[in-house]
Design a protein around this ligand. Structure first.
Ligand code: FE2
Ligand code: FE2
Length: 196
């Protein structure tokens, strides 16, 4: 079994996530954020399994704690009880804007930067006959300016995320699109092959 330095496997994070989450949309959100965060871990030479575990777990309690007075702080209490290391617990806590925690590690910055954008790119793919294939940053940016499209996605957090990573928005979008393409079918997306 592959183990990161903190000894948390992807399997363990997946088990925790799916024990608390039945919603297909939430599972897909977790998978999308995982793929994006993992993509950055690979680019940066960081611990892919650790980063993936944090991404899978960041909203694991959302179904049982759908309000900000519980999510994710009550969820992280459960993670501690289950023996998850502080590195994971703190990274999960840091994604929540309302807690105002410092995003003082590359993992925390990446999780924040990928959370809203993964959802937005996913939404862009859902309305295209070829899914994410051929999706250009320019058209994602255009959709970001349409408030009614994927209205639940906080635009300010998308822009702040790219800035936090020190990337141009287009580069960040292209990275996320590339990370999501290999899991398109798990995200319920069509591909160019389906449209042919
Ligand atoms: Fe969340
Ligand atoms: Fe999220």
């Amino acid at each position: 079994m592959l183990r990161g330095p903190v000894g948390v496997t992807r399997e363990r994070a997946w088990e925790t996530l799916t024990r608390f989450t039945t919603s297909v949309a939430l599972i897909r959100h977790a998978l999308a954020v995982e793929a994006s965060v993992r993509g950055y871990a690979r680019r940066l030479g960081e611990d892919e399994d650790l980063w993936a575990a944090v991404a899978l777990l960041h909203d694991f309690d959302y179904e049982i704690h759908p309000t900000l007075d519980e999510h994710p702080q009550d969820g992280t209490r459960l993670l501690r009880e289950e023996g998850y290391p502080e590195e994971i617990v703190e990274a999960v806590l840091s994604h929540a804007e309302h807690l105002g925690m410092p995003r003082d590690t590359p993992l925390k910055r990446t999780l924040f930067a990928c959370d809203e954008l993964s959802g937005f790119v996913h939404a862009c793919g859902l309305v295209r006959p070829t899914g994410l294939d051929g999706l250009e940053p320019k058209s994602v940016r255009k959709k970001l300016k349409q408030p009614s499209f994927a209205a639940g996605v906080h635009r300010d957090e998308v822009y702040a995320g790219a800035e936090l990573l020190g990337l141009e928005l287009d580069e960040h979008i292209a990275n996320v699109v590339a990370s999501l393409q290999p899991i398109a079918s798990e995200l319920g997306l069509r591909t160019a092959a389906d449209a042919a």
